[in-house]
Design a protein around this ligand. Sequence first.
Ligand SMILES: [Zn+2]
Length: 212
Amino acid sequence: MITEKLYWKDSYLKYFDAIVVSIEDNKIELDRTAFYPKGGGQVGDTGYINEIKVLDTIKENDTIFHVVEKNDFKIGENVSGKIDWDRRYKIMRNHSASHIVEYFMLLEFKDIRPYSSGLVDDLKDRTDYLTEKTLEIERIKIVENNVNAFIEENNPINIWIDENGIRHWESKFIKTKCAGTHVKNTSEIGKVKIEKGKKPGKGRERIETMVI
Ligand SMILES: [Zn+2]
């Protein structure tokens, strides 16, 4: 069945009730969930279902599974979910920041392009760029200043869905496609720090963004 994706309806939802619809080993499927499943470069949510720890949330084919520490759930059982909000809110702030960083990175370094969608968790966003050159620290500092100036403008972040069901992320003049969870305004991001990460391979440079 298709799980009702509460995290898309309200990315700030922390608690919800649901029904267990299927069980597999240490994984359970619910009829609705606020737990974001790993995908699109964003890690899966953790938290609790009843008193049982949710270690991860994953997607297998189109099924969202909650990986639980102990599985004595029953199909048809009513349960209460609670996501680890501190962790998720940091992920949302880092994820929203990552789209602003990418915009200003591509503006400053005209001849680079993102290698993949990156990976964002509660600690940081990592994005790799394809380039034969070394990205200079001084210019990364310029990007960091531009990003923080944009954030300080308290720009609203709008998520909208097109006729093909694709989710779009927009803030002022920055536009991208994204299925992750986000804050509603750049004011929630706070200040960001941008650093060069460990070189991920030949012809690539890694940029790490963290909210501070
Ligand atoms: Zn995204």
